[in-house]
Design a binder for this molecule. Structure first.
Ligand SMILES: [Zn+2]
Length: 327
């Protein structure tokens, strides 16, 4: 009950606290309706910190969060990407590369290497669960694997699907998101999976979370205008699944066969792919950006430090800091 009361009472204040913390980095600001606009920071304020981006499928992060991940890595984070499924049910009619189930798994496995690189990640991990079958998976198993990674990599911030997003149809999305949310808290505890400590790991809680979703509760909009080329490259690397990949050059070839061309697609395949992604795949990022006075943006349900996962009331720490005297 104490924890529930604490969370209800502190959620609003904690959000403001998170905003103030970020404002210290540069030109930040609240962009109306209580939504915080996270702009580019100068220098590398996140040096030494670790970011874990977790997706269910190879196209999740490229579509929803690649610009933000590239931005945070540019600003000092060491980034890692986790893909929870093997993407074997990878067919999206009309998108990506047509093929068999095995070809889909292989194509997406290869793409993920390039997706991680395009965002600047140091490394990536594949958990290899069957695509669209995560509802059958033991959530506790996924939690324990995420706890291991959080402790091993000493993660400070996660980027993941919103476990509380609306209108979600894909069971892999909310299953992995719920596991990540639980792992962020449990990884900081002394008794959970204590055998990991015998292997040299130590507890590590994660309190800073960027959740993306089809219809998230938006509390933070990140200006990705500076990272838009990296977002385009990340989506171009997602060939097997699309909807970026090589669809631009494919359309260019289809039109050429009919004796037609589009100025948008330029005179070579690379230009065709990149311009196609910018125009069509990033249209939502452009519309969102316009709303907040920037060129391109990504939307998140952001959970700041102190809003969840804190067993000790941060007000106690603040009180001690303000009032503690020498004996
Ligand atoms: Zn997905």
């Amino acid at each position: 009950m104490l924890r529930r009361n604490f969370l209800a009472a502190s959620a609003g204040a904690a959000l403001v606290g998170g905003a103030f913390q970020r404002e210290a980095w540069g030109q930040q600001g609240t962009a109306g309706s209580g939504v915080f606009l996270e702009r580019s920071a100068t220098g590398r304020p996140h040096e030494g910190k670790v970011l874990l981006a977790v997706e269910a499928h190879s196209d999740d992060v490229p579509l929803f969060a690649a610009g933000t991940i590239a931005k945070l890595i540019e600003e000092g984070y060491t980034g890692y990407l986790v893909r929870a499924t093997n993407d074997d049910m990878g067919d999206s009619p009309g998108l990506g590369t047509p093929g068999t189930i095995a070809e889909s798994a292989l194509g997406n496995e290869r793409d993920t290497v390039n997706v991680a690189k395009a965002m600047g990640c140091k490394s990536h991990f594949n958990l290899d669960y069957s695509n669209h079958r995560m509802a059958d998976v033991s959530v506790n198993e996924v939690i324990s694997r995420m706890i291991f990674l959080i402790r091993l990599l000493r993660v400070d911030t996660v980027v993941c699907w919103d476990p509380w997003g609306h209108d979600e149809e894909n069971p892999d999305h909310y299953t992995v998101a719920k596991a990540v949310e639980a792992a962020c808290w449990m990884a900081g505890r002394d008794h959970d999976y204590e055998e990991q400590f015998a292997a040299g790991l130590k507890p590590k809680e994660v309190q800073d979370k960027y959740y993306f979703a089809r219809r998230p509760e938006i509390t933070r909009v990140v200006d990705i205008s500076k990272q838009v080329d990296k977002k385009i490259d990340t989506n171009r690397a997602n060939v097997a699944k699309g909807p970026g990949g090589h669809l631009g050059s494919r359309l260019r070839a289809e039109l050429a066969a009919k004796g037609q061309k589009l100025a948008l697609l330029g005179d070579d395949d690379l230009t065709a792919d990149r311009n196609y992604i910018r125009e069509f795949v990033l249209a939502g990022n452009r519309e969102l950006g316009k709303k907040y006075g920037v060129e391109y943006a990504e939307a998140f349900h952001y959970i700041p430090a102190g809003a969840a996962g804190a067993d000790r009331d941060p007000k106690v720490e603040a009180f001690v800091k303000a009032h503690a005297q020498k004996k």
